[in-house]
Design a protein around this ligand. Structure first.
Ligand code: HEM
Ligand code: HEM
Length: 195
């Protein structure tokens, strides 16, 4: 079960979801932790990890958006009110945007910094800077935007996670299970199921 159907998520969407959810949460924690470090060598190394994982997220996000727009989306449970369905879809779209815009604004931070520090991709090659004006002020502005987006996206991700648990423990529907098991169809949407 590689592709999505009208009732279930396929393997590709499930892998994209959980790999990127883990990368996003780890990346947030790293960004938050690395800033206050007193040990400058450790801080330099963690910044390089943060940048490398950030570009990994950017590459995966582009592939995932291409996959999402060319795939079917499984329908949400019929029991969900229309307003809630739209809210869920809106949250997913904004989370996609966050996965694209966070790395781009992070890239803008390092591209506008007056400090001549190269951005290595896992120590393999140097990623060029974006063609933006270099100054402490511009760096500060991008840094504030990057930080704000990161905290806003984390807040939305937390709401999203709580909504998934609400579906599972309160409504007891298949929303969470079908994101864990590729090909698992919501039974109430499955017309061959007598229940
Ligand atoms: C999904 C991807 C990313 C997430 C979730 C993320 C998250 C964060 C967070 C939470 C912080 C701390 C902000 C604060 O406390 O003010 C941070 C800082 C930082 N991030 Fe990212 N980041 C991402 C991608 C990137 C990328 C791709 C780069 C660079 C190429 C980058 C460069 C930086 C830098 C230089 C800082 C420290 C300066 C600042 O305050 O902005 N980030 N990031
Ligand atoms: C423990 C953490 C998480 C849980 C339990 C969870 C749960 C779920 C579930 C159950 C769905 C399916 C909703 C449906 O059927 O319509 C979903 C979809 C989605 N989730 Fe999460 N999620 C988590 C973390 C995240 C994070 C951190 C992000 C992004 C930063 C994210 C982004 C998305 C997106 C974009 C979708 C839409 C489906 C797609 O197009 O791939 N999730 N999530």
């Amino acid at each position: 079960m590689i592709r999505n159907t009208d009732t279930s998520w396929g393997l590709v969407s499930v892998l994209f979801h959980w790999i990127m959810a883990a990368l996003f949460l780890g990346q947030f924690a790293l960004g938050w932790y690395m800033q206050g470090l007193k040990d400058l060598l450790a801080q330099y190394n963690l910044y390089q990890w943060h940048k490398s994982f950030g570009f990994t997220i950017l590459g995966l996000a582009v592939l995932r958006v291409l996959w999402a727009v060319t795939s079917r989306r499984p329908k949400l449970p019929d029991t969900m009110p229309d307003g809630e369905k739209q809210l869920a879809l809106g949250t997913h779209v904004v989370l996609y945007l966050a996965l694209l815009l966070l790395p781009l604004t992070g890239w803008a931070v390092v591209s506008t910094s007056p400090l001549p520090i190269a951005t290595w991709f896992f120590g393999l090659f140097v990623i060029p800077s974006l063609p933006l004006g270099i100054s402490m002020h511009t760096e500060q502005v991008w840094s504030s935007i990057h930080g704000f987006f990161a905290y806003a996206a984390m807040f939305l991700a937390a709401v999203h996670i709580l909504a998934a648990f609400r579906h599972h423990f309160h409504h007891r529907d298949a929303t969470l299970i079908r994101m864990l098991r590729p090909g698992y169809a919501d039974r109430r949407d499955n017309s061959t199921d007598p229940n």
